[in-house]
Ligand binder design. Structure first.
Ligand code: HEM
Length: 483
């Protein structure tokens, strides 16, 4: 007689010993998870790879039930010893559920809560204008401009750091650290994380090469955190103050001793890693959607012209009067979520759900893609249609859940910032430019816009594309100061 209820159904018969290790998809797992869910009519299913239990959720109600209503059991993260060795235990998003994570989380929540993000609007405004000016000067560099734009927002908010070129030392150090600390960089990372004993392989033995890679990553992450911290400290000491989140937190620390300095440094450093690629990818999908759906773009521009006219660019104050733009932004997150397979949670205790056994230490994948492509909620889910988020009278409906930012105690703390950046960028780009004709930069052919062209394992990226970018009359404002 089994000692516990059955696991949720498995989409593939496991092999002896290795279980489903060969079935777990590496590339674009969100597509496979959704297909398995549909084929087997299972919203929730179970895989087991090298002894690791994996539960995949394709339905928003299950995700809310487990990760929000039972959040005290479902808020851990997978334990990945290799990542600690690589120095990634400075990343709140990877920390185990417990006191150290709580300290980091508290600082994120203070630094990026909705009201505080309002105080960052002048920075977002200024960077957005510069972004549009760059686009006007060099329309074919859309991707590079978007990367530079999102990086400049985060570094300005967090460190008060301003820069004009991609050669900026803080920018270069940060990007290098993020690249080197990616687990994809280490061959055999899955095995090492599954069998931590392998960490004891000496570096001179075959298979021990990860020690050098890990040491390089640790050093790069250390520089990423320390270099801008030193800049902020020396500015504070010389009285040359430039407001920033880190400075503000350090002043509070001095006055009240509330925080641990290493936590403040980590929060500041990781905001870039967590916030830049995700926001930038979403912007790329936004531009792609505009180029692919000219009739949506036209409607959005008509709303802006009706409400604002042509004498200035949209600003945050206009937001309540622009429901179509708001719906369009919600639709971008639904149509091409930047983190489509979510970030796995882990369980801290055994649990039983709908009669199924979910053991302690299971990885819980909330498959955002399965949720945003659910045709019962979003008919014709592959079509980009902002009207899904509008009532018949054109006002916004109450579907503002934004599952793309996750669930429960691990919900993305940077979501208010990301949502605001995307909103302003959408409103202004639609006002100032007409985007069309997306095509492959090498062949010049119209690009295949199918979602299978998106790549990635954690973040999903659209294929590289160029499009025709024509300034509207409003773009002339970008040459003047009337913005
Ligand atoms: C479109 C942009 C963004 C998307 C799609 C996104 C998405 C996510 C997702 C899916 C998670 C995991 C949630 C969960 O486990 O339930 C997450 C966590 C996190 N995000 Fe974001 N994010 C974005 C922007 C940002 C920004 C701008 C910041 C920084 C200010 C940020 C900081 C974080 C941090 C620190 C975590 C870890 C939270 C924890 O484990 O407690 N994110 N994000």
């Amino acid at each position: 007689k089994p000692r516990h209820p059955p696991y949720p159904p498995s989409p593939k018969t496991p092999w002896p010993i290795i279980g489903n290790a060969l079935h777990v998809p590496r590339l674009r797992p969100w597509l496979t998870y959704r297909t398995w869910g549909k084929e087997n009519d299972n919203k929730i299913f179970h895989l087991e790879a090298l002894g690791q239990h994996i539960i995949v959720l394709n339905d928003i109600d299950d995700a809310i039930e487990l990760m929000e209503k039972r959040s005290s059991l479902y808020s851990d993260r997978p334990h990945m010893p290799l990542l600690s060795l690589m120095g990634m235990d400075i990343n709140a998003g990877l920390l185990p559920y417990g006191d150290v994570w709580r300290q980091h989380r508290k600082v994120y929540q203070q630094g990026f809560r909705k009201e505080i993000v309002g105080s960052y609007h002048p920075i977002i405004n200024e960077k957005c204008t510069k972004f549009l000016q760059r686009m006007m000067a060099q329309p074919e560099g859309l991707k590079e401009h978007s990367e530079f734009y999102t990086a400049s927002i985060i570094l300005s908010i967090v460190y008060g750091h301003e820069f004009d070129s991609s050669d900026d030392p803080i920018l270069v150090t940060t990007k290098r650290a993020i690249e080197l600390s990616s687990p994809e960089f280490v061959s055999g990372s899955l095995l090492i994380n599954s069998f931590p004993v392998l960490l004891n392989i000496p570096k001179w033995l075959p298979g021990g090469g990860f020690h050098d890679v890990a040491a390089e990553s640790r050093k790069a992450l250390h520089d990423m955190v320390e270099m801008p911290y030193e800049v902020v400290m020396s500015r504070m000491q010389s009285g040359d103050n430039k407001p920033s989140l880190l400075q503000d937190l350090l002043e509070k620390q001095r006055a009240k001793g509330t925080y641990d300095i290493s936590v403040l440094k980590n929060v500041a450093g990781i905001a870039f890693a967590a916030g830049v690629e995700t926001t930038e990818t979403t912007l790329e999908s936004l531009f792609l959607a505009l180029a692919m759906y000219p009739e949506v773009q036209k409607k959005a521009r008509a709303e802006i012209l009706r409400v604002i006219g042509t004498t200035r660019l949209p600003a945050f104050e206009d937001r309540p009067a622009l429901p179509y733009i708001e719906a369009l932004c919600r639709e971008v997150h639904r149509w091409r979520p930047a983190v489509p397979a979510g970030v796995p949670h882990a369980t801290t205790h055994d649990d039983i759900y709908q009669g199924y056994f979910i053991p302690k230490g299971s990885l819980i994948f909330f498959n955002t893609w399965g949720m945003t492509q659910n045709q019962d909620i979003y008919p014709e889910p592959e079509v980009f249609k902002p009207e899904r988020f509008l009532d018949a009278d054109g006002s916004l409906n109450d579907d503002d859940r934004h599952v793309v930012f996750g669930f429960g105690r691990r919900l993305c703390p940077g979501r208010h910032l990301a949502i605001d950046v995307i909103w302003l960028t959408a409103a202004r780009i639609i006002a100032a430019f007409e985007l069309s004709n997306p095509r492959d930069p090498v062949t010049g052919q119209s690009i295949d816009l199918d979602v299978h062209q998106y790549t990635g394992d954690l973040f999903s990226h659209p294929p590289r594309y160029v499009c025709t970018i024509k300034p509207t009359g409003v773009a002339a404002l970008l040459r003047s100061d009337v913005i």
